[in-house]
Design a protein around this ligand. Structure first.
Ligand code: G3P
Length: 478
């Protein structure tokens, strides 16, 4: 008790000169679980300075050596899976098994990034001039990929480790340095993850981790002149960042309102299993969660019945017991979810279960007969509450999906592959899953959102490319 976790700067663990700390509230007990340093702007300046210096020599470190260190970090991360997972359980109430999975998945992501890095960065391009009208073969153009400089990574609370390494790995293999600003809920897990990179022996200053209040260092970080790229995953803050950031590449993954369109010929058992998994895993706190079911009226009763039977079997309780449904991340989040539920109730939605809440713990709830005038038809609860809208044609479903401000993923269930592909083409989302719930992984697949869901594309390969710039050298022959 009373211990304040140090932040990581210039290869060392430090206390902030502010003398202040930020409390991390355990979502289950609603008591302070950990404390982290409240870093000052001055400390951010120091981190930026050392990141800039470290990057210069890192860019000259052979690519295979950069990859080797990443492989080392991946192995250390996997070895430390138990204590890191414990932080995830205490800080973000992630069910115990899922917490371990997150860390293991992160180790695998870092290893794959190292392998992919040596392949795609080890290869350049060569052009000759006489393919363009009017030119002789007098110019040879050598094209390679060079690092951007300092990458700022801001992951969200729901995957503080995995969505940190999905930014750190690509940045480092490509020769960038990296400054991590973890979410407050998840900060200790992130500090522990940073410790694994420290143990792997990366040069000092190359990777750092600053903690603190958004109001004090948030804008200061994102608008800092030393930052050459921002990779952000989270909510609306991303839109604000994109408006304030300078002329630097941005990679953004924000919210989603992923639709699940169910046609009449779908395998309804498969549909029900995916609605429950997609809608309720980690209590719906995933940007790729199924956030609205758009089901054909003729099969709606059957789908609801099957989903209800599965929801009844979900276990509800503390993450330590590995329950399916655990407390949502904060009291304000629980209040927001409750607001959406009450709005739907007042406007006449059918409650398939009774609404129940204890502290931050909200029991899983399916809302049938949701209509477009209800907030939950459009807003993402980020909780275990799933609206169902009955539709009379696939077009109606596509129309609802495309009327959203979001466009992350979506899914369609049908046995008719031609219909599935046509619907996928019509859905304005970054990815459409046919006959499965939306998901980001496997982590080398491209991952991107349209509209308010994001900027650019992620996935290991795309992130490495995004964190580099093309450099040409033209040899002019006499
Ligand atoms: O919510 C973050 C987003 O990246 C989801 O990832 O793996 O749960 O589909 P995943």
């Amino acid at each position: 008790d009373g211990e304040v976790y140090k932040y990581y700067s210039d290869g060392e663990w430090k206390k902030s000169s502010s003398g202040k700390s930020v409390a991390i509230i355990n979502p289950t007990t609603r008591k302070t679980q950990y404390k982290v340093q409240a870093c000052t702007q001055e400390e951010v300046n120091k981190v930026m300075e050392s990141a800039k210096i470290a990057q210069k020599s890192w860019a000259k470190t052979p690519l295979w050596k950069r990859a080797e260190l990443l492989h080392k970090a991946a192995a250390i991360l996997k070895k430390h899976k138990a204590p890191i997972a414990e932080c995830l359980v205490k800080e973000i109430a992630k069910p115990a098994k899922d917490a371990v999975t997150e860390v293991v998945r992160s180790g695998d992501l870092v290893s794959y990034t190292a392998e992919e890095g040596v392949r795609i960065l080890g290869e350049g391009k060569f052009l000759v001039s006489d393919s363009f009208a009017g030119n002789e073969r007098t110019k040879y153009c050598l094209i390679s990929k060079i690092p951007l400089g300092v990458v700022l990574a801001i992951p969200p609370f729901n995957y503080p480790v995995n969505l940190a390494v999905s930014k750190i790995g690509p940045a480092l293999v490509a020769g960038n340095s990296l400054v991590l600003k973890p979410p407050t809920q998840g900060a200790v897990a992130a500090l522990h993850m940073a410790h694994c990179f420290h143990l792997a022996g990366f040069p000092k200053g190359l990777i750092s981790c600053v903690t603190g209040k958004g109001s004090e260092i948030g804008d200061f970080l994102t608008m800092h002149s030393g930052v050459n790229c921002i990779s952000f995953t989270g909510g609306d803050t991303g839109i604000a960042i994109s408006k304030k950031a300078g002329m630097i590449p941005l990679q953004m993954e924000l919210g989603g309102k992923d639709a699940c369109i169910v046609l009449e010929d779908a395998d309804l058992d498969l549909v029900a299993a995916n609605i429950v998994k997609g809608g309720f895993s980690y209590s719906g706190q995933r940007c790729t969660a199924v956030k609205v079911v758009l089901v054909m009226e003729s099969v709606a009763d059957a789908v609801i019945k099957k989903v209800k039977a599965k929801v009844a079997k979900l276990t509800v309780g503390p993450p330590e017991d590995d329950c399916d449904i655990t407390p949502v991340v904060s009291e304000s989040s629980a209040n927001f979810i409750e607001g959406l539920v009450m709005d739907a109730k007042q406007k006449g939605a059918t409650f398939c279960q009774e609404y129940k809440r204890e502290g931050n713990l909200i029991w899983p709830l399916l809302l049938d007969n949701v209509r477009p005038d209800m907030r939950i038809a459009w807003e993402e609860p980020f909780g275990p509450v799933l609206p169902v809208i009955r539709i009379n044609s696939p077009e109606e479903g596509i129309h609802h999906c495309n009327a959203s401000n979001f466009g992350l993923q979506g899914c369609v269930f049908t046995k008719d592959i031609n219909k599935a592909v046509l619907i996928s083409d019509a859905m304005e989302t970054g990815t459409v899953q046919i006959n499965s719930a939306p998901a980001r992984g496997p982590d080398h697949f491209p991952f991107q959102g349209l509209k308010d869901s994001g900027i650019g594309s992620q996935g290991i390969t795309n992130s490495i490319n995004m964190m580099t710039k093309i450099k040409s050298t033209v040899i002019n022959l006499p």
